[in-house]
Design a protein around this ligand. Structure first.
Ligand code: FES
Ligand code: FES
Length: 155
């Protein structure tokens, strides 16, 4: 089937099998390997992208269902690698990243949260991250980074 989809504001026309997931098509057909495929079953959130602005586990989304929709991946946050988003910078400053496997998904979830609520509480941050599993960090520095960013934005 032919899929027409917008990914990070670029339009793609792809010939794909209807059985493939969005995560597979992003990584294998478009070359956006920032989106990680870990569990492949909707449990870990490492494959989270934004679909029309809403976080979604791209391993569970059939690519065929994304026609005409707007997909945003972690690559959209720093298009030229040198200009990190405020959220990415805040996480770096807080030294919040360990192995990094979960972070493409966490970044997209938190990006959506901060767009909707620029000053989230700790509870709101933790609640937003409920579908994103991080095995390394314990989440403390991630939460601290988002709170610090929110405080900076409000100052
Ligand atoms: S790879 Fe999609 S939720 Fe784990
Ligand atoms: S930093 Fe390793 S899984 Fe989150």
């Amino acid at each position: 089937m032919i899929l027409k989809v917008s990914v990070n504001d670029d339009d793609y026309v792809l010939d794909i099998s209807p059985s493939r997931s969005l995560a597979e098509v992003l990584r294998e057909d478009i070359g956006l390997t920032g989106t990680k495929l870990a569990c492949g079953e909707g449990f870990c959130g490492s494959c989270t992208v934004l679909l029309n602005g809403t976080p979604a586990a791209s391993c569970l989304v059939p690519a065929a269902a994304t026609g005409g929709r707007k997909v945003e991946t972690v690559e959209s946050l720093a298009p030229d690698d040198s200009d990190l988003s405020d959220l990415q910078q805040a996480l770096l400053i807080e030294d919040a990243v360990q192995c990094g496997m979960c972070f493409p998904g966490i970044l997209m979830t938190l990006t959506a949260l901060l767009k909707e609520n620029p000053a989230p509480t700790e509870t709101a941050i933790r609640s937003a991250l409920v579908a994103n599993t991080c095995r390394c960090t314990g989440y403390e520095r991630i939460v601290d980074a988002v709170l610090a960013l929110a405080n900076k934005e409000q100052a």
